[in-house]
Design a protein around this ligand. Structure first.
Ligand code: MG
Length: 367
């Protein structure tokens, strides 16, 4: 089997809430997502998706995805799409860095492998540990009372894990954490995600003020060293996200006792192949994970479900269903949330069928 052609599609994904805001005044109102279609010479076609959280979150941006794929894809035409490690190795030799560019390609290769093997991707990634996986809801940054109201509404829909977007003014963030914890019940989990938005003195003020609140602190500051300093000054459970972008970063964090939970975003690692590697390392090290991506629609959500479901249940801290945040459905068969949980399709591959009328014409096709 050979890769015959690679096509790229661009899709706008507006939000039900109109706007998603996080630390330091950053926001996105329409997500710019990229879908990759890989055709083979045997009639099997695979799909992948990548959607950066705007250009100011990680070192990734939407037009960079498409420019990078145009750079990389011609070298992959003619290769056997089932040889995932070989292709990942080649992608790293052809294009240094830029893991997010490789993510949708790798995701599409897993879709092909599953279709060829007639198995869902989660089973190829290790199996199906549970019926479904628990979701968190990201709560866009707003005044404290509005965020508490949003949490109460999403709780009524079945969510039991909430990731509050803080990383603003410390006094306002303290009020946000306290107000939201007030509307939760025992057993619910609250994560205050500063998304690198605090300086160390600001983070110290927040962790001291909420030291008796049942809350996780996520990625308070920009660098690993700053986060580690805060970690060593708090007894609150501690999550690292933005700085966990490689197996090396996981090993460093584990060696320092730098975190209790890490966020494995598929595109941050460069696709499902590398995310699986990171996931399995975390299991070996005893570190729980949020398994997710930077953002996305139905195809990313399907990939998240497969990665999470192939993960031992006790290591699945949370995942998220990005397709429920956006107003546009790009594929049939993607996971649909039920009671704050979702499950991966039992169909072969990712189990999705793209809505070609929504994807429109490709913006780029390999020769
Ligand atoms: Mg985060």
């Amino acid at each position: 089997m050979k890769i015959a052609r690679i096509k790229v599609y661009q899709i706008d994904l507006p939000l039900h809430e109109g706007k998603y805001s996080w630390s330091e005044g950053k926001y996105v109102d329409v997500f710019d997502s990229t879908v990759v279609e890989i055709e083979t010479d045997e009639g099997v076609t695979g799909y992948g998706e990548v959607c950066p959280l705007g250009p100011a979150y990680l070192p990734a941006y939407a037009r960079g995805v498409r420019a990078g794929i145009e750079e990389l894809a011609p070298a992959l035409v003619g290769d056997d799409p089932r040889q995932l490690s070989v292709i990942n190795h080649k992608m790293d030799r052809e294009l240094k860095g830029h893991p997010y560019v490789k993510s949708a390609i790798d995701m599409a290769l897993w879709d092909i492998l599953g279709k060829v093997a007639r198995m869902p991707v989660c089973e190829l990634l290790g199996g199906r540990y549970s019926e479904d996986v628990q979701l968190y809801r990201a709560i866009s940054q707003r005044p404290a009372d509005e965020m508490a109201q949003n949490v109460a509404e999403y709780r009524a829909e079945g969510y039991r894990r909430f990731q509050l977007k803080v990383g603003g003014h410390p006094d306002e963030d303290i009020a946000r954490i306290v107000a939201v914890r007030d509307v939760l019940e025992p057993g619910d989990k609250l994560i205050a995600d500063a998304n690198t938005g605090w300086l160390m003195h600001e983070a110290m003020r927040v962790i001291n003020a909420v030291k008796d609140v049942d809350v996780y602190i996520e990625q308070p500051c920009s660098s690993y060293e700053e986060c580690l300093s805060i970690r060593r000054n708090t007894t609150l459970p501690f999550v690292l996200d933005e700085v966990i972008d490689s197996t090396g970063a996981i090993l460093q964090g584990a060696s320092d006792g730098g975190m209790d939970v890490v966020n494995i975003k598929i595109s941050k690692f460069g696709g499902l192949t590398r995310a699986k590697q990171a996931r399995d390392l975390c299991v070996s090290l005893g570190i729980a994970m949020t398994l997710e991506d930077s953002w996305g629609g139905d195809i990313v959500t399907a990939a998240i479900a497969h990665l999470a479901q192939g993960t031992p249940t006790e290591f699945q801290f949370t995942s998220t269903d990005f397709n429920s945040y956006v107003t546009t459905s790009i594929a049939e068969g993607a996971p649909q949330r039920s009671g704050g949980r979702m499950s991966a399709s039992a169909d072969p591959g990712l189990g999705i069928r793209p809505r070609m009328e929504v994807l429109g014409d490709p913006v780029w096709t390999s020769g």
